[in-house]
Each structure stands twice: as structure tokens, then as C-alpha cells.
Design a protein. Structure first.
Length: 417
């Protein structure tokens, strides 16, 4: 009864009476969260031109009542409070305090240490760990074996329990997402294999494959210059960085410098009032870079080597390979076309993974044919005809060579004097 009166008073904006109904109701923590949600809904329906500061104060007051009650309960019985906030409340549709707090956007309530402790327990599955410890103690201590029955979980059930932990679910879903994204990228590039059947695009793909092989040699040279420049430059600047920042400065920053991302203001400290000044500490509180002029000279030399020499060398190599492969690209395409045709001739028309069944049947038939099949009379006749044709053609080739050699005009012999 008091819960219904509480809702009626809040919706009619009789908040003083609503507070009295809240004091008389049971599940006061959940009721205060419901009151906050109702007041927030009233605020959302009001025209933006009207002042809603009083209603916002009432909403905050309901939340403060719930947080204050939660803090008092937590100080008296911590473990019981952490379990109580997840107990369904029959008066409010079977929802618990955490669900009501999330629905009413009670940030202060969810940020309370009791709610965070419960979330940590659920995230790391501390409850199951306590159960496992009890089971291990029961197995090691015979006196407890009768009090605590040994676990009947199998290995698969233990694996399933391990995978059901929210923390592990998060990492598994993260790994799966990365795998699916990489798989999508690979299969998108795989679409280019359909171009192998084209007379025009097939030879161009062969040129692309030949050019791609040279990138590895170029990257090896680039890594040598990147490491030599970055380590010496960082040593001169004497910057105080974390381990992650140092690794990024050694590998990533010089690599992006190659493509024009110099970030001179950050490199020289202009954005921190360090350049052309005698300051040793920048405006952000970090030390200014030292030996800046030497580092700038090394940057200039590095850019000349990478942007001028290495990139032009790579372009020249690409051009040379393109000219060589392009001249015989159609010939090479015809050669690789044999492998493609043979591959799809043997390939099943049924998509994976159902093609495994067809492959197994094909292998069995092939094995049986090798054992039972004997060459028929028609096949033997075809072989004899082919051998006869081959011998005739060979004789014809030899005759053509003899005729071509006799057609050569020999020089006249000199008469003896």
C-alpha cells in the first residue's frame, strides 16, 4: 500500500508526503531509487524553458537517501549488504537495487564501494574460487570429506565454468573480434584471386606479387636506419619517458617521420615554450629537450636518407621489376592459369564445411579405382593411336630439319692448280 501511495505522491509532485510514505515503506533503498527515476521522468517531460532546478534537487535527494542508507548498511554488515543489493524486490517487479540504480542513472549509488565490490566479485568470479578452495580442503582433509561432498564436475564442466567468468568472457570476445576483423581483411584481399581468370587483370596481379616481394628488403634497410637514428636522437635529447613511450619513440615516431609526420613543434618543444629559451622545464612541467640542434641535424640527415635515397631506390626497383615482369606477364599468366584450372577442377562444388564429405567420398572412390580398375580396350587403342601419331610427327620433324639443312647453299670448291 505504501509503495502505491509513494508513486502517487511523486507523480502528483507532493514530495513532502512522498518522503513520509518512503519512511513507512519497506525496501526503502529500492523505493528511493524508484523515486529518483520518477522525478527524472517528470523533468524529461517538462518544457526546456521552465526551471527544473527544484525537481533536480528532489531527484538528488532521493539518490542521497539511497546512498546514505547503503553506506550505513555497508558499515554494519559488509558482506550482507553486497548480497542484499542483488536480492529481487517483489514490490518493484522483482528488480534488485542495482537494476533500479542503473535504470535511474544513479551514478553515486553504483559508484559506492559495495556495488563495486560486488562487480569485482562477479568480474573475477571470486565466489567460484571460494568454492574451489573448499573442495580442495575437503579432498585433502578426510575429516571434512563427509561435511563437504566432493565435486562431480568433469573437465568439460570446469572449462565451461572458467569460460563463464565475465572477465574471461570479455577477453574471449575481444580475441574473437580481432580474429574476425583480421579474417574479414584477409578474405577481402582474397577476392583478388577471382581476377586471376581475367586476361587483362591476371597478368597485372603477377606484377603486383613480384613487386610486393621487394618490400621486405626495403623494410629491413628502413628498420636499420630507424633504430640507429631514434636511439641516438633520444640519447641526445635526454627525455624522461615511460617504457611504453620510449618504445614508441624508437620505432613508431621515425617510421611516421618517413611519411612526413614530423611534429616539429612537439619535437623541438615550441608548444611547451622550450625552443629559443633558456628554460629547463616546459609549461607542462616536463623537462625541456637538450642538445636540440644536434638532434635536428640528425633528423635532417635521416630524412635525406629515407625520403630521398631509400624511397627513390624502392621506386627504381619497382620500375625495373615492372618492366621485366610486364614483358612476359601474359606468358606467366598462362602458366599459372594451369594451376588455377586444375585447382578448381578438383575443388568440390559444395561449399565448406560440407565439402569435407565430398572429399572423403572422392578419396574412397579414387582408392577403389586404383585397386579394381584395369585399362579397357578402348583406352589401350587410344594409347596406341597416340604413340603412332607421336612417331609420325617425330619423323616429320626430322625430315624438315634435313630438308632445311640441304637448302643451305654451300660455297663452291676451289680448283686445284
Amino acid at each position: 500500500l505504501y509503495h502505491h501511495l509513494f508513486v502517487l505522491c511523486v507523480l502528483s509532485q507532493r514530495f513532502e508526503i512522498a518522503m513520509e510514505m518512503w519512511k513507512l515503506s519497506s525496501y526503502k533503498m529500492a523505493t528511493a531509487l524508484v523515486g529518483k527515476k520518477l522525478v527524472d521522468c517528470i523533468i524529461a517531460q517538462i518544457d526546456y524553458k521552465r526551471n527544473t532546478s527544484e525537481l533536480q534537487e528532489i531527484s538528488d535527494k532521493f539518490q542521497n537517501k539511497a546512498v546514505e542508507l547503503l553506506e550505513t548498511c555497508y558499515q554494519n554488515r559488509r558482506s550482507l549488504t553486497c548480497r542484499f543489493i542483488t536480492v529481487p524486490v517483489p514490490a518493484w517487479g522483482g528488480n534488485n537495487c542495482l537494476k533500479l540504480a542503473a535504470a535511474s542513472e544513479a551514478v553515486a549509488f553504483i559508484a559506492h564501494v559495495s556495488c563495486q565490490r560486488w562487480l569485482d566479485d562477479e568480474w573475477n568470479d571470486h565466489k567460484n574460487e571460494d568454492q574451489d578452495q573448499d573442495e580442495q580442503q575437503a579432498e585433502s582433509n578426510p575429516s571434512l570429506a563427509n561435511a563437504i561432498k566432493p565435486s562431480s564436475f568433469t573437465k568439460m564442466q570446469n572449462i565451461w565454468k572458467f569460460m563463464s567468468i565475465p572477465r574471461n568472457k570479455f577477453y574471449i570476445s575481444l580475441i574473437a573480434r580481432v580474429f574476425y576483423c583480421l579474417n574479414f581483411a584477409i578474405y577481402t584481399v582474397r577476392i583478388l584471386s577471382a581476377c586471376n581468370a581475367s586476361v587483362n587483370l591476371g597478368p597485372r596481379l603477377l606484377v603486383l606479387k613480384a613487386v610486393t616481394k621487394e618490400i621486405g628488403f626495403f623494410m629491413l634497410l628502413l628498420i636499420v636506419f630507424i633504430v640507429s637514428y631514434s636511439i641516438s636522437s633520444l640519447g641526445m635529447l635526454q627525455l624522461k619517458q615511460t617504457a611504453a613511450q620510449t618504445i614508441y619513440s624508437i620505432l613508431a615516431t621515425p617510421y611516421w617521420n618517413t611519411f612526413g609526420e614530423l611534429n616539429i613543434d612537439s619535437f623541438t618543444g615550441v608548444d611547451r615554450n622550450c625552443f629559443f629559451t633558456n628554460n629547463t622545464i616546459g609549461t607542462d612541467g616536463r623537462p625541456c629537450p637538450r642538445n636540440l640542434w644536434f638532434a635536428l641535424i640528425m633528423l635532417a640527415i635521416y630524412m635525406i636518407i629515407t625520403n630521398v635515397l631509400l624511397l627513390n631506390l624502392l621506386i627504381a626497383v619497382f620500375n625495373n621489376i615492372f618492366m621485366e615482369v610486364d614483358q612476359k606477364s601474359k606468358l606467366l599468366w598462362k602458366y599459372h592459369r594451369y594451376g588455377m584450372v586444375l585447382k578448381y577442377k578438383r575443388k568440390s562444388s559444395i561449399p565448406s564445411p560440407f565439402s569435407v564429405i565430398v572429399t572423403i567420398i572422392y578419396k574412397i572412390r579414387l582408392a577403389l579405382c586404383k585397386v579394381t580398375e584395369e585399362p579397357s580396350e578402348s583406352k589401350q587403342q587410344e594409347v596406341r593411336l597416340f604413340l603412332k601419331l607421336e612417331s609420325n610427327c617425330c619423323r616429320q620433324v626430322l625430315q624438315n630439319k634435313v630438308l632445311s639443312s640441304t637448302d643451305v647453299v654451300l660455297p663452291p670448291r676451289k680448283k686445284r692448280s
